[in-house]
Design a protein. Structure first.
Length: 115
């Protein structure tokens, strides 16, 4: 069974757009490079769907360095973990794209890991 990791799985995009059958959760910050890498290694991830990001504009203006750290360094940590662990597929989605699709993605066979 292919392992799918969804970053930002507890956030708005994933909650609004995914129905998942077999799921396990890891509550972790994508800025924690070692923990992210460990999850990829232990779970033997096949596909990463990267949805984790700080998207609130007013928070981004108030705390720009925090937003950059999460959105850029956190994404780099996820990409490095994908590369290091030879993840076959990487999917990146933005909030606007998901909302415009206005559909639900159903993942019924693979086991999904939410970070």
């Amino acid at each position: 069974m292919d392992q799918i990791l969804v970053t930002g799985g507890a956030g708005f995009i994933a909650n609004a757009n995914f129905q998942i059958d077999d799921i396990s959760f890891h509550k972790e910050d994508i800025r924690n490079k070692d923990s992210v890498s460990d999850i990829f290694k232990c779970e033997k991830i096949h596909t990463c769907i990267h949805l984790a990001a700080k998207i609130n504009v007013s928070e981004s203006i108030a705390n720009p360095f925090d937003t950059l750290d999460i959105n850029i360094q956190g994404t780099l940590n996820v990409l490095e973990a994908c590369s290091k662990n030879r993840v076959d597929n990487f999917v990146f989605a933005s909030l606007l794209l998901i909302l415009r699709l206005n559909s639900i993605v159903t993942l019924s066979n693979p086991k999904t890991i939410i970070v």
